[in-house]
Design a protein around this ligand. Structure first.
Ligand code: SAM
Length: 394
């Protein structure tokens, strides 16, 4: 039922104000034509020095900042009105959820059920993966005693960073229904394209399993030696019923369907193959960290004026081609029904690239302005990005 948004927010703020029964609040998604200050905000009551405070954790897509407030000092209504499309308020007797419609109405749902209030406050700086997780030892990041090897600190940092970029968006996508709630019979399907030594493939599997999220993971890499090495590790870890590896070209992969697709530092147009595979297999969440780019640069032979100011310098021309490639990838994803963003990701050991495209499927049809912008850009540069050849020609 659609009710007035203000009434719905008013009801939510009253439930949030009752800290004795409040369990948690999640604000996520973006309202039409609004950009909230965070990807997601979590609020929960915490007990500090015998006083109940409200802990507000804001995730900007990369990191989470946490601050505690005396309840009456937190401007709850202001937060609710700051542009999020989904509000979930859990209390000890049930939950209230509000979904803001395109016309700024409110779809309100009230459910009954028991929720447990947890008031401990030291959950903020926790590592997402326990360093004693056996996979870290098996892939060579930790030693036999579960300590991260000094020479593998960078890789470990990359694994943690990747999970921090995956987790909030994934959990929000499940909460708002963009991804089905994973169950044993219908687990979350994760496909890693160009998985290499599968550090991130195993990390995703272990992290999700540690959160009791039923998961089925497939790692694809063209190299048969990678497949064998990774499959052996999965067997030693006793997880080969929920993670498997295939030696295949991304574009020829026999894997079918995925909720989440990751492709990190897959070379050149292998990233475009991965995005194509993800879109055509109806992936709901895509995380790609592009690697080296060559194809667009070779097409950008005649630089339009006044852009020669940039492109006459070889180094700048190269960097500009990289930026244009990734900007067009993110834009093309938007044109095919994804909400895409470009965020920072720590560089891999073989590449200084530190950018990630993160896209969530919304199914929204592209607006005329975005289509026009795309057309103008490719006409100006006389280019046809590899991803457009794969996704827009049809
Ligand atoms: C730089 S490594 C990255 C590995 C892993 N994703 C990571 O971030 O640790 C790139 C991997 O992609 C694989 N690859 C490149 N092009 C591919 C393609 N077209 N199909 C399948 N695998 C590919 C390579 O074999 C290599 O293992």
């Amino acid at each position: 039922m659609t009710t007035e948004l203000i009434d719905a927010f008013d009801e939510a703020s009253k439930v949030i104000g009752r800290t004795e029964t409040l369990v948690r609040v999640v604000l996520s998604g973006a309202r039409r034509n609004m950009t909230p200050a965070a990807v997601r905000i979590d609020i929960r009551p915490v007990l500090i020095k015998d006083k109940v405070l409200l802990q507000v954790s804001q995730n900007d897509g990369r990191q989470t900042t946490t601050k505690n407030y005396v309840p009456k000092e937190l401007k709850v209504l202001e937060l609710l009105e700051s542009g999020f499309s989904n509000v979930l308020v859990e209390h000890t007797d049930g939950s209230l959820s509000i979904r803001v419609t395109k016309k700024n109405g409110a779809l309100v749902r009230r459910d009954k059920g028991e929720n447990l209030q947890q008031l401990d406050h030291d959950q903020s700086k926790k590592r997402l993966l326990d360093t004693s997780d056996p996979f870290l030892r098996e892939v060579g990041i930790a030693d036999a005693g579960g300590k991260i090897k000094p020479t593998r600190q960078d890789k470990y940092k990359q694994v943690e960073e990747f999970l921090r970029l995956l987790a909030p968006t994934l959990i929000a996508a499940i909460e708002v229904g963009h991804i089905h709630k994973p169950t044993i019979s219908e687990p979350l399907r994760v496909v890693d394209l160009g998985c290499g030594n599968a550090y991130l493939t195993f990390a995703a599997h272990q992290y999700l399993a540690s959160k009791n999220i039923p998961v089925q993971v497939v790692g694809i890499d063209v190299r048969p030696d990678s497949r064998k090495r990774n499959a052996d590790i999965a067997e030693r870890l006793g997880i080969n019923s929920t993670i498997e590896f295939r030696a295949e070209e991304i574009s020829q992969s026999t894997a079918k369907g995925a909720d989440v697709v990751i492709a990190l530092h897959a070379c050149d147009t292998a990233t475009d193959d991965a995005i194509e595979w993800a879109v055509k297999n109806n992936a709901k969440l895509i995380l790609v960290a592009p690697c080296c780019h060559h194809e667009l640069q070779t097409q950008m032979v005649a630089s339009p004026e006044p852009w020669q100011i940039v492109t006459k310098y070889g180094l700048l021309n190269e960097r500009f081609a990289d930026l244009l490639t990734d900007a067009l990838r993110a834009h093309i994803l938007k044109l095919v029904g994804y909400r895409s963003e470009v965020i920072e990701f720590v560089g891999g050991e073989h590449t200084p690239r530190n950018l990630m495209i993160r896209a969530v499927k919304t199914g929204a049809t592209p607006n005329a302005e975005d289509l026009k912008r795309y057309e103008e850009m490719v006409q100006l540069w006389k280019i046809k990005p590899a991803l457009a050849q794969r996704l827009l020609d049809e």
